[in-house]
Design a protein around this ligand. Structure first.
Ligand SMILES: [Zn+2]
Length: 89
């Protein structure tokens, strides 16, 4: 990791898939990290990925109505170094 920013490459080194959910609509899914890297590159920041993936109809809405995509399993995935990873939410 560089500068504390988690990138697609960091996550792909630990997991093959990424779970995605939106807190404002029913959107949820799983992305293959290999495909995301092919599309966006291994240095793409996870902090930018939410906006990239939030392509539901609300994407162009006002900020407070826009999709709020998050990655429910990401912290557990990146926390695996501790040796006792919590169950994926
Ligand atoms: Zn949404």
């Amino acid at each position: 990791m560089t500068n504390g920013a988690v990138t697609l490459g960091d996550v792909a080194a630990r997991a093959s898939h990424l779970s995605v959910e939106c807190s404002r609509c029913d959107r949820r899914g799983r992305y293959q990290l290999a495909r995301l890297i092919t599309a966006l590159g291994p240095d793409f920041r996870m902090t930018d990925l939410g906006a990239e993936l939030a392509n539901c109809p609300r994407r162009t809405a006002a900020v407070h109505e826009r999709c709020d995509v998050y990655f429910p399993g990401l912290i557990a995935t990146m926390d695996d170094d501790a040796g006792c990873s919590p169950a994926e939410a």
